[in-house]
Design a protein around this ligand. Structure first.
Ligand code: XIL
Length: 477
């Protein structure tokens, strides 16, 4: 049985010859093409988000990876990480053409070794530039910026889920103008030049434009970012996602039209990621805002993940505003409870995107499992599952997104696939891979083994070579 891709598409640029292929493997005689209701109650943020194929991440600092309270929360709750500072330009290229990936590697390796997705932050930005770059202008700066993008994205190629290619390029006035910066002064096309360089260096990473104060749909800066994305999509400049930093406080509160902003960006054909969420406040008011943000994301199929900008309040760049989900001692706050509950009760993402393109070809999403093609035998005790894979293939590499759907509820699952000869798995998220060539087994990680009947979770992997023709088979207990 073959079905249109069950997963969000990635890039569609004219450069890349892409194929989206989906294969359904049946372990229990029938396939659920989309989840119906999120009845499962997951105990952690990452697991709850994974029920609808989303990630829940945190910005982390390499120098805190020895703090056991911090690391315990990180490993327990999150399935994505971002370097808070370690992959910025001043960290990765402290002297021109002398690259230093040591701190960035600590973050990336911590995440990858635990099956987390890694967001790369950030390749081109007016702030936190090394001194040599701050002093540069003109052609020399343009070339140095492009070299930086190329070198860093190449070094991390195969390891990054999404890159914030360009950060904060618009100013805060009412004109929707570009921010005046040394990068902007190299020419208005500096942003698209950065995106093209990033795509060439790492065709498997999603490429995002990231900014703050683009949350309120009625603000000029939001419209400016929207127009940039629309223009890039129209002209075929490679862009896959918009990052809304979403730092909320009294001056920039969580807006009532946030969902409109998310869905409007999504309608342009890009993923929407909430990239640096923190909300100043405390108690019920803060919890309500977090709940609202999560519900808004869940309501938009292409809102694919949320990252909070730190773990405990004391870790925050705005610690005075106590804007995070854990208090200084690492205890869960009301905002945590509200976030987890919202993720657990959320609307699962439709398996097609944009949501209107592919009508379901099987029974409508009622809660009962489809009655067509009953399993030939009684389902094995302890769970059954099926898996679909959607593939984005380009010259020399691919990203596979695998959706695992439980026929009956599972405690653990594994998907086995034969990787075509000449191809190899280089990086996996939300699953643990055994081997990289030939027959590769992808087992659940701690937070996504349990899937309620009819529910789904997603994992992904990146590979070199051609991934065409992989057929997943799913087993569970
Ligand atoms: C902040 C970090 O959290 C701080 O530790 C650092 O001193 C300054 O930068 N927008 C961004 C992030 O894109 O990189 C910023 O992070 C917060 C605002």
């Amino acid at each position: 049985m073959t079905q249109q891709s069950a997963s969000r598409p990635r890039r569609r640029g004219p450069r890349a010859a892409l194929a989206t292929i989906a294969v359904v493997a049946l372990a229990a005689g029938t396939a659920m093409l989309y989840a119906t209701s999120a009845s499962a109650q997951s105990a952690t943020l990452g697991a709850a988000a994974a029920q609808s194929g989303r990630y829940f991440g945190a910005a982390i600092a390499a120098n805190k990876l020895g703090d056991s309270t911090y690391v315990n929360i990180l490993n327990r709750e999150f399935n994505s990480v971002t370097a808070e500072n370690e992959m910025k330009i001043n960290a990765t290229e402290p002297q021109q053409n002398r690259f230093d990936f040591s701190s960035g590697d600590r973050i990336v390796n911590h995440g990858i070794s635990r099956g987390m997705a890694v967001r790369g932050h950030t390749l081109a930005w007016h702030s936190q530039q090394p001194a040599w770059m701050e002093q540069m202008e003109g052609t020399a700066l343009r070339n140095a910026m492009l070299n930086h993008v190329t070198q860093v994205a190449t070094y991390y190629r195969g390891k990054i889920h999404s890159w914030d290619v360009v950060n904060e390029a618009f100013d805060d006035g009412n004109a929707g103008a570009r921010r005046n910066s040394n990068l902007q002064r190299t020419g208005n096309d500096w942003i698209e030049a950065a995106f093209r360089a990033a795509r060439a260096a790492d065709p498997g990473a999603k490429l995002c434009y990231n900014d703050y104060n683009i949350d309120n749909w009625s603000w000029a800066k939001t419209q400016a970012a929207y127009n940039l994305v629309r223009d890039f999509k129209q002209r075929g400049v490679p862009i896959d996602c918009i990052g809304l930093q979403s730092h909320f406080n009294a001056q920039s509160p969580y807006p009532s039209n946030y969902r409109t902003t998310l869905s409007s960006f999504a309608a342009l054909g890009v993923d929407v990621q909430i990239t640096e969420l923190d909300i100043e406040g405390s108690g019920t008011a803060q919890a309500n805002s977090y709940r609202g943000v999560v519900n808004d994301c869940l309501a938009v199929a292409r809102c694919t993940g949320i990252t909070v900008w730190g773990i405990r309040d004391s870790d925050s760049w705005r610690s005075y505003g106590t804007p995070l989900l854990f208090d200084n001692n690492g205890n869960k706050k009301p905002a945590y409870d509200a976030t987890l509950a919202a993720l657990n009760s959320g609307t699962p993402v439709p398996t097609t995107a944009p949501p209107t393109t592919v009508p379901p070809t099987t029974a409508p999403p009622t809660t009962a499992p489809p009655t067509t093609a009953p399993p030939p035998t009684t389902p094995p005790p302890g769970g059954s599952c099926s898996a679909t894979v959607s593939l984005n293939q380009w010259q020399g590499g691919f990203v596979a997104t695998v959706r695992v759907t439980a026929g009956s509820s599972t405690n653990s699952w594994a998907v086995t696939m034969t990787i075509p000869s000449g191809a190899a798995v280089t990086n996996t998220w939300n699953a643990q891979a055994s081997g990289s060539t030939g027959s590769v087994r992808f087992a659940n990680v701690s937070y996504n083994g349990r899937i309620a009947a009819g529910q789904s979770t997603e994992f992904g992997f990146q590979g070199t070579g051609s991934g065409s023709g992989m057929t997943p088979s799913c087993s569970s207990s």
